[in-house]
Write a protein that binds this ligand. Structure first.
Ligand code: PLP
Length: 400
């Protein structure tokens, strides 16, 4: 049980010994990294730094082997095959990559998203919709920040592609992804899932889920920055043209033409972030050692305590459901600007995020026109930190 060993786990994260007072509640923006991941990155640079899939000398072979082993580790963690795992820069780039690759298939089609989306799952589709002369539909959410079933049923017929966030980074809604995928597929739509806030916190099996694409960021789940994953259904990936091209994504280039490389390398033009990918493999090993089921169980408890403690503050108003929510809470407090809340909490060594969290339409949907303050947790947070947050917020209310 994580409760019994959270101190030990925290001791494996150098950030907490460098900042002994820190109460870090901004893991939805980026998580902290354990020493094993930091050491792995240093190990690559110190011992076998060389470009992958190019040199045939021993050191380059070692780097390539580690890079591809990491892909296998990530694939198995996600319940996918390694040739379905494409290394990108982050979730944002993964979604853009799908969007551009699907452009020819979306000509005068319909792209359906939801009101829960992060800008990264709105703007690439707006761009593609304008290039493909496609229509965009947006499925509404109810007052609890949950996808309206009735509106979904209304908007899904005729959809060419459905793209939705598995977990909302603002409302904390955990979307019933399996159900949405099943319904969209039954209507013949392709499905892409933004898993940026789901993959760090729950056990996934992408083959079981059945979506065509799934995007995530390593930096939100203990991995290095600058590394994202795009999972794609192998059959579709084989069929799609790579939207970006250059070195290493091609087998042969002649004066008159070229032959693309096999999947997944066809979608990885140029030198990849191989150090980040190898570091992410180490992060996955760390998550596997703790166990995603354990992480999910512990975070459910944290999430319940977070809501219970903050709900006691009558001046606080939050977005999202009261139950079955992720371990984050976005809120307003008695007319305080979210940046003022964050600055006050910072004076108590509590790090939270304030603003729109790249989800302005969702804030506007709930009348949060200045944005919100958001506390977001991970398995290294503790109940006494939530108590400290609640006490600091009560103190702030009294100052008014
Ligand atoms: N989607 C969601 C739901 C997110 O929360 C985020 C980041 O906060 C992203 C997409 C974008 O992730 P990145 O900035 O790593 O590309």
């Amino acid at each position: 049980m994580i409760e019994d060993k959270v101190d030990i786990l925290r001791s494996e994260f150098p950030i907490f010994s460098s900042n002994p007072k820190l109460i870090y509640m901004d893991s939805a923006a980026t998580s902290q990294r354990p020493k094993s991941v930091i050491d792995k990155v240093v190990e690559v640079y110190n011992n076998y730094n060389s470009n992958v899939h190019r040199g045939i000398y021993a050191m380059a072979e070692k780097a390539t082997q580690e890079y591809e082993d990491s892909r296998k580790e990530i694939a198995s963690f996600l319940g996918a095959d390694s040739d379905e795992i494409i290394f990108t820069k982050n979730t944002t780039e993964s979604i853009n990559l799908i969007a551009y690759a699907l452009l020819p298939r979306l000509k005068r089609g319909t792209i359906t998203i939801t009101e829960l989306e992060h800008h990264s799952n709105i703007l690439p589709w707006r761009k593609i919709a304008s290039l493909a002369e496609a229509e965009i539909r947006t499925v509404e959410v109810n007052e609890d920040g949950e996808i309206s079933e009735a509106d979904f049923e209304k908007k899904i017929p005729g959809t060419s592609l459905l793209s939705f966030a598995h977990v909302s980074n603002v409302a904390g809604t955990i979307v019933n992804a399996r159900e949405l995928v099943k319904k969209a597929k039954a209507q013949g739509a392709m499905v892409a899932v933004d898993g940026a806030q789901a993959a760090p916190h729950m056990k996934l099996n992408l083959h079981d889920l059945g979506a065509d694409f799934y995007a995530l960021s390593a930096h939100k789940m203990l991995g290095p920055t600058g590394l994202g994953i795009l999972y794609g259904n192998k059959k579709l990936l084989d069929e799609l043209e790579p939207p970006f091209s250059g070195g290493e994504m091609v087998k042969e280039v002649h004066k008159s033409g070229q032959e693309w490389n096999d999947v997944p390398w066809k979608f990885e033009p140029g030198t990849p972030n191989f150090v980040g990918a190898i570091g992410f493999g180490e992060a996955i090993k760390y998550l596997n050692r703790i166990g995603m089921d354990e992480i999910e169980k512990y975070e459910k408890k944290l999430s319940k305590i977070l809501l219970e403690e903050l709900e006691k503050i009558s001046e606080l108003k939050y977005i999202g459901p009261a139950e079955n929510r992720a371990s984050l809470l976005a809120f307003e407090l008695n007319g305080y600007h979210p940046h003022d809340i964050a600055a006050f909490l910072d004076s108590r060594s509590i790090a939270i995020r304030s603003g729109f969290h790249c989800a302005q339409p969702l804030h506007e949907r709930f009348g949060f026109f200045d944005g919100s303050a958001r506390a977001s947790l991970y398995f290294y947070n503790m109940p006494n930190e939530i108590e400290a947050l609640a006490n600091a917020l009560k103190e702030l209310v009294k100052l008014q």
